[in-house]
Design a protein around this ligand. Structure first.
Ligand code: KG4
Ligand code: ZN
Length: 332
């Protein structure tokens, strides 16, 4: 079964062809980050316009690289949400138009659940059930994943997402966009224990994430001590200290979720899962506690359409069909 996946929820226009939900035949990602870098974040209207320019060439490139034509497809999968509405409708319109004209089934895919499904594109995916932590620019969600169709949301962030905190702190520190990559690079030269930053937690909701207090703590610190940013060593120390605080918050909640579910398998996915320090801390904790850890390779952590095709295949196989009247959604 050949599935074409389309992804336009944020600032990446992506198309991919995946065979049987497992084998990637092509995975094309046109990133817009240079376009948005000058504004220090994604500008929704600009993202939507660029998706419109990119979507057909990117789709054609995915077909070409897979060595197939539209007629060879068995089905389509498109990100339905959550994401930027103006951006989502571009992929959705193309997905519906292709499904209608080709008379092929269409699946509507939840973007965060697609991040989880990315692990099924690797050689050794986890058995169900497992705990899935999705850490992206817009979301920090913990799921109890029982099947492709049953992913129970255990907790989320009550304010900023982890990736958003990276992006905002990078902006406060004058480091540019996207924040995660620049902070990680700078942090390699810094000491994570240099600045004592808060690890926000909500006592009555131990699984819930919160990152805005951490972001504010960094903002106050650099406002009171602008010299931190002027000196390369202290700047790197601050980046490392901030990164460490985020990593600790993520690792501690993930292990609480493992305890709560009795699961011994943890998957971490989404853009922030590309962070080297987070991956290292997760591996250490997994080794110390005897848990099985699953991390997609870096190019399957950040936004892509192969993960959309992977989940779409599973949903289509279960008989799910997205009606042509279905709409996109922004929150979920
Ligand atoms: O999943 P993703 O590609 O897009 C969304 O669905 O949001 O995640 C993007 C987020 C951004 O906030 C970016 O700063 C963060 O992932 N990110 C990282 C790294 N690479 C990307 N955060 C920390 N370390 C990284 N290496
Ligand atoms: Zn994403």
């Amino acid at each position: 079964m050949l599935i074409l996946g389309l992804e336009t929820s944020c600032d990446e226009t992506a198309a991919a062809v995946v065979a049987d939900g497992r084998r990637i035949l092509s995975n094309v990602v046109a990133t817009q980050f240079e376009l948005h870098a000058q504004y220090g974040g994604v500008v929704p209207e600009i993202a939507a316009r660029r998706h419109l320019e990119n979507i057909l060439p990117v789709t054609q490139a995915a077909l070409d690289q897979a060595g197939i034509t539209l007629a060879d497809l068995d089905g389509l999968a498109v990100t339905q949400g959550p994401g930027l509405i103006g951006a989502l409708v571009i992929g959705m319109a193309v997905g519906k138009a292709l499904a209608y004209t080709l008379k092929k089934p269409l699946a509507g895919v939840h973007h965060l659940q697609a991040h989880i499904a990315a692990i099924f594109l690797t050689d050794s995916p986890p058995a169900f059930p497992f705990v899935g932590l999705v850490v992206s620019g817009g979301h920090t969600n913990l799921y109890h994943v029982k099947s492709f169709q049953d992913m129970e949301l255990m907790s989320r962030t009550r304010d900023d997402a982890a990736g958003e905190a990276f992006d905002k702190v990078a902006k406060v520190m004058g480091l540019g966009y996207p924040g995660g990559v620049v902070i990680e690079a700078l942090a390699t030269q810094g000491r994570p224990e240099a600045y004592p930053l808060p690890r926000p937690r909500i006592p009555e909701e131990p699984l819930t994430f919160s990152f805005s207090g951490l972001k504010t703590a960094v903002a106050y610190l650099v406002k009171r001590h602008p010299e931190i940013l002027a000196e390369p060593h202290s700047r790197a120390d601050l980046a490392a200290s901030f990164q460490e605080a985020v990593v600790e918050c993520l690792v501690s909640r993930a292990w609480l979720a493992l305890e709560a579910t009795g699961s011994t398998r943890l998957l971490v996915a989404g853009g922030v899962a590309a962070n080297g320090r987070l991956r290292q801390a997760l591996k250490e904790q997994a080794q110390a506690t005897g848990m099985e850890l699953f991390l997609p390779p870096l190019h399957l952590c950040t936004d892509n359409a192969a993960m959309v095709a992977a989940l779409g295949y599973q949903l289509l196989k279960q008989g799910e069909r997205l009606p042509l009247s279905a709409d996109v959604f922004s929150r979920g």
